[in-house]
Unconditional design. Structure first.
Length: 66
């Protein structure tokens, strides 16, 4: 299954939720925001959204700085 993540095509072997995808990639959920098919998604919705063929996901890492 092919999805686009941060502008780069990514192949997944199976369907998975946004939360599963982040864990699979080793991304700390508390430090990111997610846009799914041009819509920002609240963290509590991530386990309920299953990635499908041709979906677009943007994972934005939250950073502190000065």
């Amino acid at each position: 299954m092919r999805v686009t993540v941060n502008g780069k095509e990514t192949n997944l072997e199976r369907e998975m939720s946004i939360a599963e995808f982040l864990r699979f990639k080793g991304i700390v959920e508390a430090l990111v925001a997610v846009e799914y098919n041009l819509n920002w998604v609240r963290r509590e919705e991530w386990p309920n959204i299953t990635l499908k063929e041709d979906d677009r996901v943007e994972v934005i890492q939250i950073m502190a700085g000065g």
